[in-house]
Design a protein around this ligand. Structure first.
Ligand SMILES: Cc1cc2nc3c(=O)[nH]c(=O)nc-3n(C[C@H](O)[C@H](O)[C@H](O)COP(=O)(O)OP(=O)(O)OC[C@H]3O[C@@H](n4cnc5c(N)ncnc54)[C@H](O)[C@@H]3O)c2cc1C
Length: 458
């Protein structure tokens, strides 16, 4: 498609969005740009929408090109159960105090519900809540794990978390409680949060991200309220799978399976997994520093299995239910929606290697495996779930994983290389490009604002 065609399609849809948005513009602080540019943003996830909204409000012509038939990307609220929206991707604003997403949620008065780690019940391998003696042993081992990791962070050479913990875990027989406790700590505390396996996560940098304070909150209507808010007034082209980007000089050409778009600047918010798989061709190829960053960072997995029961049979006032599994990482972490939302729903997680492995299982196998764990904890007479919903993020072609992590060999600086613009033509955002808050929604959002500033400064 040539420039004029682009403008025609762009213009048509823009006209509709202009009508829709005209009355909102004033309230949104819309200003006409003195040097109006055409900007194509690839991806209608949080980072893409944040960048698009900012650039649109500053008077530029913006079109968001999105492969899926929905916006939000890794924010995806299922409305299959009418009385309880469920988030397949991000659920929580992690640390709401000072978090930019809190401001957005406040602007739309979005109702938020709180879960807290203070309300956690941990069960041993037999399914009993940890006794006082077991709790002391667990905390002692946790202290030793933290100490070993802190020591490793003071060294020059990097190693994986598993390598660093090996001298500690090797002191115990594989069938011992201590061995299981250490694996539980690695899985529940580290692999679930960072989505990479202990075998791959960098001991030096796995936790290099900053964090905001406060108990995590989730949205009563689902996280989708935030992308919906940011999408207001924007032209978004759904169902446009980008195949190639010709980027070395302006105008940049974005070629999709159906058509092509031409722009002065293009913002790439493709998830790290999609960049690693080379699903989109860059012509010419990306420079070495960029490719190096893409290859060296890790894309991890966190998968969810929601189970809905006829009634609550677990500790009703607990938010988190934990299980010290026999084998590493099997249904270690659960969230109860009883206390926060008064619903008889449990959410079981599988992260990292285990999260990836079960994606090939059938739904029936996954639910049965989850139920085995719940029966171990709560007994054989618990009810069967009346329904379930399951995610498979590693197999999703437009995500190919859940969120990024720092494996051995990656440093925080590498994320700046991923974020660096190329020749004033190509700009990069997305959670993986945010050095300070990678792996989160607020990291994605801030990366979108950062890239908008880069373009506005040109
Ligand atoms: C299971 C899970 C749980 C999570 N939990 C939390 C949480 O509780 N709190 C939190 O803060 N964060 C959480 N996260 C992380 C958070 O969801 C992400 O960091 C954030 O949403 C990423 O936003 P993004 O804009 O960088 O990427 P995305 O949202 O992935 O946006 C990229 C967009 O690009 C599109 N795209 C891909 N390929 C193409 C193509 N070829 N052509 C056109 N478009 C394409 C995608 O469809 C997508 O819409 C979770 C993620 C997952 C998966």
């Amino acid at each position: 498609m040539d420039r004029r065609n682009f403008l025609k399609i762009f213009g048509l849809t823009l006209m509709i969005s202009v009508i829709n948005s005209a009355c909102r513009k004033e309230a949104q602080g819309y200003t006409a740009a003195s040097n109006k540019k055409r900007i194509v943003i690839i991806g209608a996830g949080l980072s893409g929408l944040a960048a698009a909204q900012e650039l649109y409000r500053r008077g530029h012509e913006v079109v968001v090109v999105e492969a899926r038939d929905r916006i939000g990307g890794r924010i995806w609220t299922s409305t299959q159960w009418a009385d309880m929206p469920l988030d397949f991707g991000a659920t929580w604003i992690h640390g709401p105090q000072g978090n930019p997403l809190t401001d957005l949620a406040d602007q739309i008065n979005a109702k938020r519900l709180t879960t807290t780690y203070n309300k956690t019940v941990t069960h041993n391998t037999s399914g009993m809540p940890l006794s006082e003696v077991e709790k002391v042993r667990m905390e002692d081992l946790r202290t030793q794990v933290v100490k070993a990791l802190k020591k490793a962070q003071g060294k020059d050479d990097d190693a994986s978390i598993r390598q660093v913990i090996k001298p500690l875990i090797d002191q115990f027989d594989e069938s011992s409680e201590a061995h299981r406790f250490i694996n539980f700590i690695l899985n529940g505390t580290i692999e679930h949060e960072y989505s990479g396996s202990a075998e791959k996560l960098s001991a030096q940098w796995y936790d290099s991200a900053k964090a905001f304070d406060g108990d995590d909150v989730f949205f009563a209507q689902g996280f989708k309220v935030i992308p919906e808010f940011l999408a207001q007034g924007l032209q978004i082209e759904l169902g446009q799978v980008v195949k190639e980007i010709e980027w070395e000089r302006s105008p940049v050409r974005v070629i999709t399976q159906k058509t092509e778009f031409i722009a002065d600047h293009v913002v790439v918010t493709l998830p790290l997994g999609v960049l690693q798989a080379k699903s989109v061709r860059f012509s010419p190829e990306l420079p070495h520093s960029k490719q190096n960053a893409i290859v060296k960072l890790g894309m991890g997995v966190l998968n969810k299995c929601y189970l809905r029961f006829p009634n609550v049979f677990w500790s009703a006032d607990a938010d988190w239910l934990e299980y010290v599994s026999e084998k590493h990482g099997e249904w270690t972490e659960w969230v109860s929606f009883k206390q926060a939302a008064n619903m008889p729903i449990l959410l079981g997680f599988n992260a990292a290697d285990r999260g990836r492995a079960i994606e090939v299982w059938s739904d029936k196998q996954i639910v049965e495996s989850a139920m085995q764990t719940l029966r171990t904890i709560y007994g054989g007479s618990i009810p069967e779930p009346i329904d379930y919903q399951i995610t498979r993020w590693a197999s999703d072609p437009f995500s190919l994983g859940s969120y990024s992590y720092n494996p051995v060999g990656a440093t925080p600086k590498i994320r700046q290389e991923l974020a660096a613009p190329l020749k004033k033509c190509l700009f990069f955002a997305g959670e993986a490009s945010d050095k300070d808050y990678f792996g989160t929604t607020h990291g994605a959002y801030l990366s979108g604002l950062r890239v908008a500033q880069e373009i506005l400064k040109l």
